[in-house]
Design a protein. Structure first.
Length: 1022
């Protein structure tokens, strides 16, 4: 940020409007603010800080209490600062609350920020923000610094220049975060912690998936799963053998059934062939009829040429007759046109039409003679129109001025009403702010209550579900326990049956020794013995169910505890609410309404000042419009007199010309119509003569055409009679009884081909059917008719047995596949968990290091480590100047030591004293040493930020006092350092000091003079 112009009004020592134009410095970038004590030197820095942030440069001064006591009560306190950021110019204006005499409520403090790109410095550019808070936020965003950081980096206030030097790690971190934009490193740290949390969640999910894989397989461990897979594999092999045997039996039965079906097909073929032959023999009469029809069609072909010639002659006669009829009709039309043309010619040559042509010629000549008189009327009419226009204009302007005067009076009344309403509305702002604060507190509590109630509902549902699962798991455990106990009892009972199975007659019993066994023990449950493996399997299942029941009971207990805790939190929050029945939605609506009302109040405050100005302008407007209305009324009276004179002149000219011809347009139209009428009469005569001549020619041609058509009709009739005689002779020679008989026998080529095809097809079908019957009888010779029903039943029984075996094998295979899938999923999840554990170990270690925890020996997180690197560069750059000013004695260094055990480390500063060869805290420096170190640090920080940061630029630095603590030699060195900055021209440096040597060394000064009516300031350069 680099200031361009500062305007101070009624602030501090400045009573009126004080302009500080930094452009007067020209190329100089180093200046001194000088003046007596209390004259207002620091006020210049306060004004800059207030314009930007609404606070003073020093923490001990309140900007609100700095209104000038010298100022006129009517003059508001405001600051206006034009400044440049990254080459773009902005303007900010900020005012204090101001009580105006005669107003019940004071003018509220306000602020506005403009983008002045392309605008004059005294103009107002594009508004970027309005209102105190919004302008401060926008300025902070533009500069990249808040007011606290601004007063530690850009402006070193009087008595507080050591703050940036002695700031703690946390405070310095806040400054460096803004200057070097290192928040992204903090985001990396947070992202790593998020990744750790996600990886932990992934491990929990995989553990749950592994448990689900084992539960889906019905086992508790991976070893149990492998054992179960082995058992199911053996069961599948047995099912495969049974399925193969059943398949073999099906093949045998299928072969027998197919052989029987083939034998039955042979016998069925003999019957079908005999039936086909009988059907074809029944079609013989139809075949003979087709042969006769084909013979007549072939004879008719010999008469085709004579028939075609006769048809052509008939068509030719019909065509000639049509031409004759057309020629006769054309002759009738030609006679009618000739008669009409002759009548038209007689009409055009009549005396009446000749008189009409002469009258049209005379009319054209009369109209030509009126042109001069009409031109005079046109000129008089234009004069009248212009006079009428001026009269109407004056009348309209007078009426408009009167109307605008009334509107201005109404607007004045509305503004006065609006001013009164705005005063009432603006007075309610304080009450709305209190309501908003109360509503925000209630909204936070209501939102927390709704969230807790949702959690309570979910916890209640989870507790109910956990209870149901616990009961179900307990029932399953009891059932499994009962089954295991029953199997164990059955196994004990079946021990006698097991021994009895090995007894043989004559062999002694191993229990009683008897060699006779009349009633050996029988196994229960349908003869099936219960083995130890089955009992152990049931016991294992019971143990798994017991573990599941205990886990479910524990989950139910934990859910109940969580539910109780949530109930207590909900009850406590309800008791703390002032409006327990109000929902978040209702409170949000009320908050929105109150916010809208507050915004309306704030807008009313802004609008009130505008309305006062508008009222003043409205009163002036009413006076101006009253004067305008009187002027236009005078012009209207003059225009009415001129209009009457023009109307009299027009009446005098118009008496010589008929009413309908008193305009040049009407005269030209009448003349044009007369000329058209004359031309039309001439053209009508010429057209009648042409039409009569044309009709005579066409009548002669039509008479000749009719005679020729009559000759063609007679010749065509003779040719038709000759062709008819030739056709009759040809039909008789072919053997037809008559021409009609011949015509009935005609068939086209496709029909004849169809007849031939049908005859041939029937002959082929007869031969084929005869051969088929012979072949079928030969094939069935010696073959017995089989019992297909018995063969089919045998095959179906074998097929059912095979399907049952296939189903059994499929079920066994499905169980094996399900177990294999469970094992595959288990192995996959175990491998995923192993990989995820490895990734978690790496990411967690990196996250711990970036968070500053073990094994991070520095105790600094990632962002603080980067900031420490930046501070090293700043300290190194600052040391270059500090060593010059301290004559090589001091060096600034960063230290990792903490001020207290609980404080942050890594951003503390210390000085290395070359005289003693030891480090010590910067707080131990004396006043002059501390000032030099602070100045060096501020300049070093500015250099590093300029070199590294793409966003924030530290183009300006202000120093308020501190030089008085330096001895003459140190003062010279400090001044030399600042002069070097001017030579570089990279930054604007302004200092406040009473040290005389500075006034002698610095050729650009802002001199502040103090008077009884307030201070004044001006630049003195050279």
């Amino acid at each position: 940020m680099r200031p361009v112009r500062l305007v101070i009004q009624a602030f501090g020592a400045y009573a009126g409007r004080q302009v500080v134009d930094f452009r007067e410095l020209g190329p100089r970038s180093f200046f001194l603010i000088s003046g007596p004590t209390g004259s207002g030197k620091t006020t210049v820095l306060d004004a800059i800080c207030f314009a930007l942030y609404g606070v003073a440069s020093g923490s001990e001064r309140e900007a609100r209490g700095m209104r000038s006591h010298h100022a006129d009560p009517a003059t508001p306190t405001c600051m206006e600062l034009d400044f440049v950021v990254r080459g773009r110019r902005y303007k900010v204006r900020r005012s204090l609350d101001h009580e105006v005499e005669g107003r019940k409520t004071p003018l509220k403090a306000d602020a506005t920020l403009w983008d002045m790109e392309g605008c004059d410095i005294d103009g107002e550019g594009r508004v970027l923000a309005t209102g105190l808070t919004r302008v401060t936020q926008h300025v902070t965003s533009l500069l990249g610094l808040g007011d606290k950081q601004f007063r530690q980096v850009v402006l070193l206030p009087q008595g507080q220049f050591r703050q940036a030097l002695t700031a703690g790690s946390q405070e310095r971190q806040e400054i460096f975060q803004l200057l070097f934009d290192t928040v992204r490193y903090l985001e990396i740290e947070r992202a790593l912690l998020d990744d750790v949390a996600k990886l932990k969640a992934g491990l929990r999910d995989l553990d749950a998936a592994i448990r689900a894989d084992l539960e889906r397989a019905g086992v508790g461990t991976r070893e149990e799963l492998e054992s179960k897979i082995q058992e199911e594999s053996e069961r599948f092999e047995r099912a495969k053998d049974a399925e193969a045997a059943a398949h073999k039996a099906v093949k045998v039965a299928e072969a027998a059934l197919k052989a029987g079906e083939r034998a039955m097909e042979l016998h069925q073929e003999v019957a079908a062939a005999q039936e086909q032959l009988d059907q074809i023999e029944a079609q013989r009469p139809a075949v003979e009829a087709l042969r006769r029809e084909l013979a007549l069609a072939e004879k008719a072909l010999t008469c085709a040429a004579a028939h075609e010639a006769f048809q052509f002659a008939v068509a030719e006669e019909e065509h000639a007759a049509g031409e004759h009829a057309a020629a006769a009709e054309a002759l009738v039309k030609a006679k009618a046109k000739h008669d009409a043309a002759q009548a038209g010619l007689y009409r055009e040559r009549s005396p009446e039409r000749a008189h009409a042509r002469e009258e049209a010629q005379r009319k054209v000549m009369r109209l030509a003679e009126l042109e001069g008189a009409v031109e005079e009327i046109e000129a008089a009419r234009e004069s009248l129109v212009e006079a009428s226009r001026r009269c109407e204009e004056a009348q309209g302007k007078a009426e408009q001025a009167s109307k605008e005067l009334e509107q201005a009076k109404e607007s004045l009344g509305r503004l006065e009403e609006e001013r009164n309403a705005l005063r009432l509305q603006a007075a309610a702002a304080g009450e709305h702010r209190q309501q908003l604060k109360a509503l925000e507190t209630a909204m936070d509590r209501a939102a927390s209550l709704e969230r807790l109630e949702r959690e309570l509902k979910k916890a209640r549902e989870e507790a109910d579900a956990a209870e149901a699962r616990a009961r179900a798991a307990d029932e399953e455990f009891r059932s499994a326990r009962a089954r295991a106990d029953a199997l164990r009892e059955a196994m004990m009972r079946d021990q006698a049956a097991f021994l009895a199975a090995s007894l043989a007659e004559g062999e002694p019993c191993p229990v009683c020794g008897s060699v006779h066994h009349p009633a050996p023990a029988k196994p229960g449950d349908g003869g099936k013995l219960v083995g130890a493996a089955e009992v152990e399997q049931a016991e294992s299942a019971a143990r798994r169910k017991q573990a599941a029941a205990e886990a479910a009971a524990k989950a139910f207990q934990e859910a109940g505890t969580a539910l109780s805790v949530l109930k207590g939190r909900v009850q406590a929050l309800k008791e703390s609410q002032t409006e327990p029945e109000a929902s978040v939605k209702e409170l949000t609506r009320r908050h929105r309404d109150v916010s809208a009302a507050l915004d309306a109040c704030l807008r009313a405050e802004d609008r009130l000042a505008q309305v006062e100005e508008e009222l003043k302008r409205a009163r002036d407007d009413v006076a101006n419009r009253s004067e305008t209305q009187l002027q236009w009324e005078s012009e209207r009276v003059d225009a009415v007199a001129k209009e009457a004179a023009a109307r009299a002149a027009l009446d005098s000219c118009s008496k010589r010309v008929p009413v309908e011809l008193r305009s040049m347009d009407a005269l030209r139209d009448a003349k044009e119509r007369a000329e058209k009428e004359r031309a039309a009469l001439d053209k009508a005569l010429e057209a009648a003569m042409r039409e009569h001549e044309d009709a005579v020619g066409k009548l002669s041609a039509a008479e000749s055409a009719l005679k020729a058509a009559q000759s063609r009709v007679e010749a065509a009739a003779k040719r038709k009679d000759e062709a008819s005689r030739r056709l009759q002779s040809s039909v008789e020679r072919a053997g037809f009884e008559s021409v009609a008989h011949f015509l009935g026998s005609i068939r086209d080529a496709d029909a004849m081909e169809g007849l031939r095809s049908k005859v041939s097809e029937l002959e082929r079908d007869l031969a084929a059917a005869t051969g088929r019957l012979k072949r079928a009888k030969d094939a069935a010779k010696g073959v017995d008719r089989p019992d297909l029903e018995q063969l089919r039943q045998t095959y179906e029984a074998a097929d059912r047995a095979e399907k049952e075996a296939i189903t059994a094998k499929a079920e066994a295979k499905a169980r094996c596949q399900e177990l294999e899938r469970a094992r595959g999923a288990l192995l996959r999840h175990l491998e995923e968990r192993r990989q995820l554990e490895e990734e978690y170990a790496v990411v967690n270690r990196v996250a711990e290091v970036t968070a500053g925890r073990a094994p991070n020996r520095l105790g600094m997180n990632f962002e603080r480590f980067v900031l420490a690197s930046m501070l090293d560069q700043v300290a190194e750059t600052a040391t270059a100047r500090l060593q010059v000013m301290s004559r090589g004695r001091y060096r600034l260094r960063r230290t990792d030591q903490r001020r207290t055990a609980r404080s942050h480390a890594g951003l503390e500063l210390e000085v290395y004293d070359h005289y003693t060869g030891r480090e010590r805290p910067v707080s131990t420096l004396s006043g002059g040493e501390g000032f030099m170190a602070s100045l060096a640090l501020a300049l070093g920080l500015s250099d590093v930020v300029q070199a590294r940061s793409g966003g924030i630029r530290l183009d300006t630095i202000f120093i308020d006092e501190g030089f008085g603590t330096l001895d003459p030699e140190s003062l010279d060195l400090a001044i030399d350092t600042l002069v070097d900055l001017q030579l570089a021209g990279s930054r604007l440096v302004g200092i406040i000091s009473h040290v005389p040597e500075l006034a002698e060394r610095i050729d650009a000064r802002l001199e502040v003079t103090m008077t009884e009516r307030g201070s004044r300031a001006r630049f003195v350069v050279g």
